[in-house]
Write a protein that binds this ligand. Structure first.
Ligand code: ZN
Length: 566
């Protein structure tokens, strides 16, 4: 009561006293009518007025106001990436730049260079690389990695790893090694291990899988990463997999220097633990959706339900078939991928989290994983409508018309990665056939059903906004939604293209909606936070292929320039 009253008095007394006025621009508000205005005023981190340059300057300017002439430049609401992994990505190039590993030949060069720089016998770890994005479109085998024979070599392909002959030898992996639970030591035609370890990298002995970092390193790397997000035009991100230690890193960074962008955290406990343990931890935890404030809060509760389409472990409705062998080292052409948590257990976990007040999601890439998650959502929805929780499908790469209809019926929304149209369709369509790519990120079908889409990159490795896995340049990702063009230049199911306005909503108001923040940010309207980005060309009218090349000139968060200059 008291604070509300004070706020009213303050606004009343100092209305014509902006900190900053931006005028003579094209400010794309992304309000309900998608207005563009010339000018806006900002005070104490909030937008206090929008309108024509004449009006806003006349009404809001005082002697202390900084007035910036935009010279006709375009301003967008601050962009939101609903899906990043900022700590992991920050650390990935914290000590050294990663090599661009886009082919097996490049991987071999990297191995040779590492071998020269280290003593024989030292493990060489090839940083995480996704085989569908290699020029050769196949998983490197033992023979590929045998370019050095006096160093054990391991190739990190996420769930699936590769090892050279010496790595297999020092780890004691032979044709007789039993498969670990849920994993496989893949064999060649001769019955010998071919170096591919599916969900079995734990068999490699003596390798230091990750560099070690102190808490201070992590805080510094996170700070760097968030600053790079700001430079890319992002003003808020969703970190999609944190544990208590990670949340503490965010708190430390905030206490030390403040956060350059707003962050919403997703708690992802390890779903492999026993159900009773998970349920009691959920109940005992102090975390839940919206706990925190406008800079740092909790958003979603997440379980990783299946593997990845990039490594042949996404749990599919259809088999991976013969091409799965080349791309992922699959041995069984009937394999459909891996479901990490069985449906009954998933229901138990999600039920407890829902009762605790959480927004729910699961990492689901394969179609059968999507269907499993929707089954659980339907059970929960029958108990109590799920729509108000804004629970969502995460990724949902292999959608179907039936799944879309179920989402629409329940009011389930989605966190999608359209950049994968560009990066992954060329390889995936060889695995599954183009006909099975019909509902690969069917953006038009979602939007026509009124399903809210939050745009995200799933950025996890690398600091370069275009070269990272996955590219977090929001203009590239919006371009992918608008053009549906692959890295091979093909347009995938053009009937699923969306407009520039819709793509912009995915990275602004709709992402804000997923984060329970649409009343505070996501559009340029009076009363909302002054989160915005000034860009170097007109997003709405520039040639379509220029959209991905748009560069931010200044990123403003809470009324303060955090990257570039005004
Ligand atoms: Zn992710």
């Amino acid at each position: 009561m008291y604070r509300g009253l004070l706020f009213l008095i303050t606004v009343g007394a100092f209305a014509a006293d902006a900190d900053l006025i931006l005028h003579n621009g094209k400010i794309v508000t992304v309000d309900a009518a998608f207005h563009a205005v010339e000018a806006m005023a900002i005070r104490d981190g909030r937008i206090t007025a929008t309108g024509s340059s004449r009006e806003v300057v006349a009404r809001e300017r005082s002697s202390r106001t900084r007035v910036v002439d935009l010279g006709g430049k375009t301003v967008l609401p601050g962009l939101i990436d609903a899906h990043v992994h900022a700590i992991e990505a920050g650390l990935s190039e914290y000590r050294a730049k990663l090599p661009p590993l886009d082919s097996i030949a490049a991987i071999q060069d990297y191995i040779r260079a590492q071998a020269k720089a280290t003593a024989p016998g030292t493990w060489i770890l090839v940083p995480r690389t996704l085989p569908p994005r290699l020029k050769e479109m196949r998983f490197p085998t033992r023979q590929d990695l045998d370019v050095v024979t006096d160093h054990p070599v391991a190739f990190d392909g996420s769930y699936v790893w590769g090892a050279n002959s010496l790595a297999l030898k020092v780890s004691g992996i032979t044709r007789d090694t039993p498969n670990p639970p849920g994993g496989e030591v893949v064999k060649g035609a001769d019955g010998e291990p071919n170096g591919i370890l599916r969900n079995a990298s734990q068999l490699l002995k003596g390798i230091t899988r990750t560099q070690s970092f102190t808490a201070d390193d992590k805080v510094a790397a996170l700070g760097q990463m968030l600053q790079l997000y700001a430079a890319a035009g992002l003003t808020a991100v969703g970190d999609r997999a944190v544990l208590p230690d990670d949340a503490a890193i965010y708190e430390k960074l905030r206490a030390r220097s403040g956060l350059p962008v707003r962050v919403v955290l997703t708690w992802r406990p390890n779903g492999a633990r026993p159900l009773e343990d998970l349920v009691s931890e959920i109940r005992a935890s102090s975390w839940t959706t919206n706990q925190g404030d406008d800079w740092l809060k909790f958003g979603t509760f997440k379980i990783t339900l299946d593997g990845g389409q990039s490594v042949g472990t996404a749990y599919q409705r259809m088999p991976y078939g013969p091409f799965g062998r080349q791309l992922y080292g699959q041995t069984d052409p009937d394999a459909r991928g891996t479901l990490f948590v069985d449906p009954e257990k998933l229901y138990g976990i999600m039920h407890a989290a829902r009762d605790k007040g959480w927004q729910l999601t699961a990492h689901v890439q394969g179609g059968a994983a999507i269907d499993t998650l929707l089954d659980v959502f339907e059970r929960l929805d029958r108990e109590r409508p799920i729509a108000p929780t804004r629970s969502h499908v995460m990724h949902g790469s292999f959608m179907s018309e039936a799944a879309l209809n179920r989402m629409q019926r329940m009011g389930v929304i989605a966190d999608v990665q359209p950049g994968w149209l560009y990066f992954d369709v060329p390889a995936l369509q060889r695995v599954f056939g183009l006909e099975n790519m019909r509902y690969f990120f069917p953006l038009r079908s979602y939007i026509d059903r009124g399903i809210i889409l939050a745009g995200g990159s799933d950025h996890m490795i690398g600091h370069d906004k275009n070269g990272a896995v996955n590219a977090f340049n929001p203009f590239f990702n919006m371009w992918a939604c608008i053009t549906r063009r692959t890295s091979a230049g093909q347009v995938v199911y053009p009937q699923e293209k969306i407009t520039r306005q819709e793509a912009l909503k995915m990275w602004t108001v709709w992402a804000a909606y997923l984060q329970f923040a649409e009343k505070a940010r996501g559009s340029i309207e009076t009363g909302k936070f002054a989160d915005l980005v000034v860009i170097d060309r007109d997003f709405l009218t520039c040639p379509e292929d220029d959209i991905r090349r748009i560069e931010p000139l200044a990123t403003v968060v809470n009324g303060r320039v955090v990257a570039g200059r005004l």
